[in-house]
Design a protein around this ligand. Sequence first.
Ligand code: E4P
Length: 217
Amino acid sequence: MKIFLDSADINEIKTHQSSGFIDGVTTNPSLIAKSGHSILETIAEICTLIDGPVSAEVTASDFETMLTEGKKLAAIAPNVAVKVPLTEAGLKTCWALADIGTKVNVTLCFTAGQALLAAKAGASFISPFVGRLDDLGKNGMGLIDDIVTIYSNFDFDTEVLVASVRSAQHVVDAALLGAHVVTLPPKILSSLYKHPLTDGGLDAFMVDWKQTGQSIL
Ligand code: E4P
């Protein structure tokens, strides 16, 4: 399963990129706003740091403007995946961009029916938002299960990119269900390393090791 970083913060991306675990990056208008920087410059800089797909989201709501924005974002670098919302205009834009060989990430997906349409529109990625569904008392991972099954039933090439991830358990659940990608806020990625038994076990090993008086180097 691929791991993308869900961030538009260049310093965060640099920090986590050095771990070697980052296969791509996702951004959205809220993350760009939080970064305080220009979308075009930010996406260009992220693309110099990351070889894999970098999602950059359009902000228009009509097809013509969305398509123009999508082409402009795609021209930034070959690894840009244009992110479009799961609306009628967004799916039309997805068809048009996919037709000219641009990777498209269809975002704000909350039902399996929406995901089916995105796959038929040639999306490279579908982004179901599990955390926002869980927040409403719905079953976010149930949606991932349904989409993975539907895509597998019909051999769609669209990758299931699990978004709005809130916990390390979401990551494990997504992997168990066979989702292709998870996009993680930096703090969730950091939490994947952590377990109290790892920390406690390491502390105990080091206490014992000191008593030997040895050094490996
Ligand atoms: C990524 O593509 C999504 O925009 C992001 O994961 C949304 O996460 P949130 O629900 O925590 O804002």
